[in-house]
Design a protein around this ligand. Structure first.
Ligand SMILES: [Zn+2]
Ligand SMILES: [Zn+2]
Length: 233
């Protein structure tokens, strides 16, 4: 396979030929067809997150098709299209894992950070952390849903039935949430950094009924039930 490898922090990725990875017990191998670029990937490359495995293949918005199953994989099939996100593995035994909050696991592995990610022609993933994607939607359009979309959707669900949705910061997650919220016939209020008029215009172009600086109050009474944070992974 080929991969873009981060050999040392704050250095360009290096196009590298590698042996095809072999999936271990409970793992799958996918032929990668698309992989998004998340802000967190840039933080990794820039050395702004402590503890990356080096060398590492970044990328955690992976779409691909399974071409090899490791021993003991259940529920996924050869040829199936799957998505692989940032959370790549959890321990299964810590208080968070056993309390259904595995996203806070004490001993996690993160795709493209502490296990190899998707800037490659092939990637191996824990089958418990690979989502069947079905066949609707292009690979490229699905890829950002694996991080930005996933985070945004979680925040939108927590916002409940509120009809007015305020989005603080209008980056990757919010620009997806805004479109989903509009589809749900909710009203989107987008808060950006003061003076960031291009992002405000972008928010309006995606259907926000109002966009302005976060210091400013929106032109309606602020609802109490429709608050969503889109802090990124
Ligand atoms: Zn755990
Ligand atoms: Zn991400």
């Amino acid at each position: 396979m080929h991969a873009m490898v981060l050999e040392k922090l704050r250095a360009p990725l290096v196009w590298t030929g590698l042996d095809d990875p072999i999936p271990g017990a409970g793992e799958i191998r996918v032929r990668v067809s698309a992989c998004g670029v998340c802000r967190t990937d840039l933080h990794v490359v820039d050395g702004e997150l402590s503890g990356p495995l080096l060398p590492i293949i970044p990328g955690h918005e992976i779409v691909g098709r399974i071409d090899k199953l490791g021993p003991g994989v259940r529920g996924l099939n050869l040829g199936e299209r799957v998505g692989i996100p940032w959370l790549g593995h959890t321990c299964g035994v810590c208080d968070y894992c056993t309390g259904a909050r595995e996203n806070l696991c004490d001993h996690p592995l993160f795709t493209g950070f502490t296990r190899n990610g998707g800037y490659a022609t092939a990637a191996v993933a824990d089958s418990n952390y690979a989502f069947p994607l079905g066949e609707k939607g292009s690979d490229v359009s699905m890829a950002p849903l694996l991080c930005a979309g996933l985070i945004g959707w979680r925040a939108l669900k927590i916002a409940g039935q509120g009809r007015n949705i305020g989005l603080y910061g209008f980056g990757a997650a919010a620009h997806i949430v805004a479109q989903v919220a509009r589809w749900q016939q909710k009203s989107v209020f987008a808060f950006t950094r003061a003076g960031d008029e291009s992002t405000q215009a972008f928010a309006r172009s995606l259907g926000a009924v109002w966009a302005g600086p976060s210091e400013q109050k929106p032109p309606q009474r602020w609802p109490t039930t429709s608050f969503g944070s889109t802090g990124a992974a």
